[in-house]
Design a binder for this molecule. Sequence first.
Ligand code: ADP
Ligand code: MG
Length: 285
Amino acid sequence: MIKLEAVEHTYKTNTPYETKALDNINLEIPFGQFVGLIGHTGSGKSTLIQHLNGLLFPTAGRVIIEGQEIVQKSPELKKIRHNVGIVFQYPEQQLFEETVFADIAFGPKNLGFNEQQITAKVKKAMEAVHLDYDALKDRSPFALSGGQMRRVAIAGVLAMEPKVLILDEPTAGLDPKGRDEILNEISALHQQLKITIILVSHSMEDIARFTERVIVMSKGKIVLDGTPREIFQQTQLLEKLGLGVPLVATLMHKLKEQGLNVRTDILTVNEAKMEILRWWKEKHV
Ligand code: ADP
Ligand code: MG
């Protein structure tokens, strides 16, 4: 459904600040996949995702969404922006309406839905991110907690019912509890709505637990693309790229180095527990 062919993006061409932010990106993402996009700051993640709904255009190569090439001034752009929703980093900074309802209703209103339809969409979107409609709809978004503000922003994109939901560092600045809650909600959204989700993060822990495919970027290029298990086997390369591996994966590698015959392709604490128990029983039975 999403296809990038030899995409390049250069900012500020022909100036001393010229930066090639994307370099020969080739990528296909089928409908319904839950993808993690990871890379060091400045690797090109935000530039890449803005190509997927026509906020940026390639300076070379092609971006094709559902068979349609994205080109500037195309009459299809509105439809593409409707189908591919992006929740930007620190989205709460983009809240601007007086009430939570008005903020979430902004997208569907612009799409021309009637009042009844808009209300239904706002309710559904708020439910999806665990915001209490009756308690919060008339509140000012600015009076909410950080986590709630972020949910309002996510609901605003969800209310457009996109086929692709892209979240750029959705957990940035949240405490561990808030982070886990948001990630669990995003994961539940994927299961319920079966839409394509692209989760941008620089945290391996976030990506490892939830996504089915991990794309690693470095200096504008895709350097790894595979399942989380495949990717987290590449401990040395990941460390070279300044990306830690999840702590449990590091632990299992260390145990193996110490001579314990355990699997190292472990992604969660629970898997680690089961694997260590398996090793222990084998040794003691
Ligand atoms: P990431 O999201 O992975 O941190 P970005 O896509 O934001 O990476 O940035 C990739 C590169 O492009 C960086 O070198 C960054 O400085 C540069 N860049 C990003 N946005 C702009 C811009 N609007 N103008 C000029 N350079 C930019
Ligand atoms: Mg970014």
